[in-house]
Write a protein that binds this ligand. Sequence first.
Ligand SMILES: [Zn+2]
Length: 122
Amino acid sequence: MDVHDGRAGRLVPIYLLHFSRPFAHARHYLGWSATLESLARRVAHHQAGTSGARLPGKARAAGITFELARVWPEADKKDERKMKRRGHARMCPICRAEIAKRAKAGEVYPRSYVSNKRSSTS
Ligand SMILES: [Zn+2]
């Protein structure tokens, strides 16, 4: 357990930033804040490039903007780890909407749709 960040066992807000375009392999940044009020300030700092966080700072320097895609008001370290394992895009409403839109246009199939159809198409 990480004790050095001072939130062991505490519930804190976790947020997901969606990048306007991918930076290296990253399209999202998952961060946390002490309170919902400080979360808003933190996101504003990310957008201004003054948060001090490495990935958003570099992305910002490359001209990428962020959208606050989702907030979990009460999460702990275990939730954060679970989210990182699941993959950010699956939790991101912006990405999910994009995938749904492209699937509708026949460009791509969401993974779940492909696996459901596999038996009948191949
Ligand atoms: Zn996204």
